[in-house]
Design a protein around this ligand. Structure first.
Ligand SMILES: Nc1ncnc2c1ncn2[C@@H]1O[C@H](COP(=O)(O)OP(=O)(O)OP(=O)(O)O)[C@@H](O)[C@H]1O
Length: 324
């Protein structure tokens, strides 16, 4: 569930309902004595079995957010709660343990594998680390490969011997081998050709249905997000500008930035498509509270001078804009 700008938990029962709670996450990178604020006060919660899409143009902070959630990096401020446990500052063995519950699949599937190991050996290592007994590991690897549509002969192949689509399937098999509760997919289909994209998407859908898997699905393709996701978060310059029910937001975007993203969906059949403004990540100075101010067609003085709160349109739709 995504809700208004807070992640207030009203009772113990309510906190147990959520698998993942992201509370006020911010991330600042420092370089050459300069600070780059990449994420600002990100809040959302996910229930078991939900699929949440994170959309936004290139550079909006999607992958950075994923890295904070899975603790590849430590947020500058805020908290990540997994199964009601604060994992923001954990280290070592305790951190390693969270990867039983949470795994990530990256855009470049080859990067998920050690090039010196076969696909089977790579998955075997992960199973071994997670204390799966030796006598059942091979059988489990065959079963996993079958689940992602790969024959058992792929056990002995090296990542470089696989096509992009086959390698992405193998990466998914590896990520789900220890039956994580949450799978973070970062642009998992963007490097694949359209027909293979379809196969990977069907696989993710099937896993959701069969295993009630919970997903964070980072994607540029809003049509795909509408098809797959229950909820969506729209990120602009590290800020959530709109969030809620995926179908409602994609069919009825309210924030000018979400409108721009939705209007950029290329229609295969509609020949009268108007080419939208180019989605450049403009570097102009922006002193207003709204990070979209420089590009907005609907701005007012308020956008510069007053803080902008996420407003509730209904229980499934939130927008951070003063002029709606
Ligand atoms: N380690 C880092 N140090 C400094 N800046 C970084 C670092 N990692 C990311 N950034 C900056 O953070 C911003 C967000 O990057 P991020 O990769 O999260 O965007 P994204 O929305 O995932 O983009 P894309 O869709 O192109 O993958 C970018 O401006 C990027 O240059």
């Amino acid at each position: 569930m995504i809700e208004n700008n807070t992640t207030t938990i009203n009772s113990k029962q309510e906190s147990l309902e959520y698998l993942l709670i992201i509370k006020g996450i911010s991330k600042v990178y420092k370089k050459d004595n300069k600070e780059y604020k990449v994420l600002e006060d990100i809040n959302f919660k996910i229930k078991k079995g939900e699929m949440i899409g994170i959309v936004g143009e290139s550079g909006s902070g999607k992958s950075t957010l994923a890295r904070q959630i899975i603790r590849l990096e430590k947020p500058t401020s805020g908290q990540v709660l997994l199964n009601n446990k604060d994992i923001t500052n954990i280290k070592g063995k305790e951190l390693k343990n969270i990867y039983k519950d949470m795994q990530m699949v990256f855009q470049d599937p080859i990067g998920s594998f050690d090039p010196r190991l076969t696909i089977g050996k790579s998955i075997d290592e992960l199973l071994k680390n997670n204390k799966v007994p030796k006598n059942i590991r091979k059988e489990k690897i065959i079963e996993l490969l079958k689940l992602v549509g790969l024959d058992k002969q792929y056990i002995d192949k090296y990542p470089r011997e696989l096509s992009g689509g086959q390698c992405q399937r193998a990466a998914i098999a590896k990520a789900i081998s220890c039956e994580p509760k949450i799978l973070i997919c970062d642009e998992v289909t963007s490097a694949l050709d359209v027909s293979v994209q379809g196969q990977v998407i069907s696989l993710l859908k099937e896993l959701k249905e069969k295993k009630n898997m919970t997903y964070i699905f980072i994607c540029h393709d809003l049509a795909l997000v509408e098809l797959l996701c229950d909820k969506v978060i729209v990120l602009n310059k590290g800020n959530i500008v709109e969030s809620g029910d995926a179908k409602e937001i994609i069919n009825n975007p309210i924030h000018p930035y979400t409108k721009l993203l939705v209007n950029s969906i290329f229609p295969v059949k509609n020949k009268n498509w108007n080419i939208p403004d180019i989605l450049i990540d403009e570097q102009k100075e922006n002193n207003s509270f709204c990070k979209f101010y420089n590009r907005c067609n609907n701005k007012s003085k308020d956008c510069i001078n007053s803080d902008i709160k996420l407003q509730t349109l209904n229980k499934n739709h939130f927008v951070k804009c003063n002029n709606i």
